[in-house]
Design a binder for this molecule. Structure first.
Ligand SMILES: Nc1ncnc2c1ncn2[C@@H]1O[C@H](COP(=O)(O)OP(=O)(O)OP(=O)(O)O)[C@@H](O)[C@H]1O
Length: 222
């Protein structure tokens, strides 16, 4: 499996670049961490890769096929974005998961789901929490349940936006141990975490206009 991103650029509403000309390839079992200051565009980069945000320049391919060739829903199933905070939802996690399963079978993505309740249980999420309303759950519970649902869909690549930001250090390590078995693009502000999980790294810096000084534009790439 190979995700290739070529020359990806995104403009801000004022017409200047948020980021410019990002190229990166991610192979099976790699974890590419993305770090950089707040507002530099890390979340937006993940959203562009998952086709949730428009971008002005660039292309991407999963095993040499573009998002259009897969169809966008299929692309997003294969390359799954897990937001930092789940949007406020009605109902319970179990109801949400049942709807997702029905939707994915309608989309003919007939992959076999793993049981997310079991995945989350390994991270100390009590089974009973799946029947509580989302708004009765803590930030850390929502974060682990959202991650477990994403993993249960068996995406080829996970796009993780600060996936452990709401967790205590012990639980964070538990979740990391699971996520390290997957192919991920992983936004983190935590350098210790980056050191533990990264096989490759991308550090974004604020874009500075070419006319000013090209050498200071984006990307320290290790
Ligand atoms: N929906 C939106 N509409 C307009 N601008 C947005 C939107 N979402 C984010 N932005 C802007 O785009 C820029 C990049 O935001 P983004 O969330 O990608 O940064 P980030 O590096 O992930 O930040 P953080 O580390 O704080 O999460 C910021 O200037 C932000 O204000």
């Amino acid at each position: 499996m190979k995700l290739k991103v070529e020359g990806l650029s995104k403009l801000k509403p004022d017409g200047t670049y948020l980021f410019k000309n990002i190229s990166k390839t991610v192979y099976d079992n790699e974890i590419l961490t993305i770090s950089g200051p707040s507002g530099v565009g890390k979340t937006t980069l993940l959203k562009c890769i998952s086709q949730l945000a428009v971008y002005e320049e660039g292309a991407m391919f999963l095993d040499d096929k573009s998002p259009e060739e897969y169809g966008i829903p299929n692309w997003r199933t294969r390359i799954m974005y897990v937001p930092q905070r789940a949007p406020i939802m009605q109902g319970t996690p179990l109801e949400f998961y049942e709807k997702l399963r029905m939707f994915s079978s309608q989309q003919k993505n007939m992959y076999k789901h793993e049981d997310p309740v079991e995945i989350a249980e390994r991270w100390n999420v009590n089974r009973g929490l799946w029947d509580k309303n989302w708004n009765q759950l803590s930030g850390g519970e929502i974060q682990r349940i959202s991650l477990a649902i994403a993993l249960s869909c068996k995406p080829q690549i996970l796009l993780l936006d600060e996936p452990t930001s709401a967790l205590d250090p012990t639980t964070c390590l538990l979740v990391e141990a699971t996520l390290k078995k997957y192919t991920c693009i992983w936004v983190t502000h935590n350098m210790d975490q980056e050191n533990r999980v990264a096989t490759h790294r991308l550090t974004l810096s604020p874009y500075i206009d070419e006319d000013v000084d090209e050498s200071e534009n984006i990307l320290i790439d290790i």
